[in-house]
Design a protein around this ligand. Sequence first.
Ligand SMILES: C[S@@+](CC[C@H](N)C(=O)[O-])C[C@H]1O[C@@H](n2cnc3c(N)ncnc32)[C@H](O)[C@@H]1O
Length: 126
Amino acid sequence: MPDRIESFVASMAIQPGDRVLEIGCGHGIAATLVCQKLNTGRYVAVDRSLKMIAAAEKRNRAFVAAGIARFLQSTLEHLDLGEERFDKVFAMRVRLFHDQPELAHKLAERWLTADGALFVQYDEPT
Ligand SMILES: C[S@@+](CC[C@H](N)C(=O)[O-])C[C@H]1O[C@@H](n2cnc3c(N)ncnc32)[C@H](O)[C@@H]1O
């Protein structure tokens, strides 16, 4: 478990009832940490890669089976979650947040509740 993921998830102070959306979940490592903290809350992840979504879903199948987690293939740009809104939205190492931060923030923030919070971290993978 990479330290960077553990410390980033800790910084969000996930509460048991939080509704959480992750953009660009990759292998779903952060997903596991978030879902472990949820009780009545839920976690939704999107990634543009079907391969990554399949891997993340497999890693977190117990949370999917429990109705806590959902994994969807989509880009942030084309995401359609209807009326669903989230207390916390986060993205780690998703290049759009580095290359076009204003656009990326705008696209991510539309899924927040009125008092929700966006958490973004971008550093170059080593
Ligand atoms: C470098 S990986 C980081 C994965 C994970 N968040 C981490 O920190 O280990 C970036 C991930 O974001 C996904 N991604 C990149 N641009 C995206 C976009 N515009 N919409 C949705 N997913 C995207 C990629 O498919 C990839 O799985």
